[in-house]
Design a protein around this ligand. Structure first.
Ligand SMILES: O=C(O)CCC(=O)C(=O)O
Length: 225
């Protein structure tokens, strides 16, 4: 919403709002959205990780929704997830003392043989919990892979850190306005719900922490692909 009415309308004028309400309750906030493109002929892998490691909250009513803007199949770098991993541990996302935004594929709590690949026609959607282990291989096809991700949370899940992308303002009036504007449905909550969730602060950062791709690359993440 901060940049484009079009991407906001996709949520508001489709059944997505209803699905988010089902999963997150009546008060749902859109944290951020981003278009993850993978160019034909080698568009980069996203190494295995849990979004939670990037942005822990006071409770884990936090998810990411992926909308496929073109057909995604096994060849153009589909998202892969480990079902039920959101109920397991949050794995280390550190390498040489910096947050590299990816797990070590040799971690004993990671079993890639359990991975499920999420393919679909354009307009298909995926949803994964913030603690779900997921990643995607390079795009080795001759087609793009375009997935629009929306990261959403219950309004009472307050970020502990890593929220710079969507709570930029240090001016309290502007911050309140921004929080209001980012509500998909329901009301802003100023009373965080505190749960006993596993939290490790994702600091110090990788040399280039501008995106997940650069964090993983400059943080020296080990590749699973
Ligand atoms: O683009 C993808 O395939 C995965 C992206 C992702 O997991 C992320 O940006 O957190």
């Amino acid at each position: 919403m901060q940049h484009s009415q079009f991407f906001w309308d996709i949520i508001k004028e489709s059944k997505i709002e209803e699905i988010l309400r089902d999963l997150l309750g009546d008060n749902v906030s859109l944290k951020t959205s981003k278009l993850n493109t993978k160019a034909p002929g080698g568009g980069a892998a996203v190494e295995w990780h849990q979004d939670w490691a990037f942005y822990p909250h006071t409770n884990d009513n936090v998810l990411a929704l992926g909308l496929m803007l073109n057909d995604v199949d096994i060849d153009n770098g589909p998202l892969m997830v480990i079902p039920k991993s959101h109920k397991g541990p949050v794995l280390s996302h550190f390498n040489n003392g910096v947050f590299c935004g990816a797990i070590d594929p040799d971690d004993s709590d990671f079993d890639m043989s359990k991975a499920v690949t999420l393919t679909g026609k354009a307009r298909s959607m995926t949803i994964h919990h913030a603690r779900t282990l997921h990643g995607s291989s390079p795009n080795n096809s001759n087609r793009d892979r375009l997935v629009l991700f929306y990261e959403c949370n219950s309004a009472d899940a307050w970020p502990l850190v890593g929220a710079g992308a969507y709570m930029k303002s240090t001016n309290p009036v502007q911050l309140c306005n921004q929080l209001e504007n980012q509500m998909v449905c329901g009301k802003v909550s100023y009373q965080p719900r505190m749960e006993k969730v596993p939290v490790i602060i994702p600091l110090p950062p990788a040399p280039d922490y501008g995106s997940i791709f650069t964090s993983q690359k400059t943080g020296g993440a080990k590749s699973a692909f």
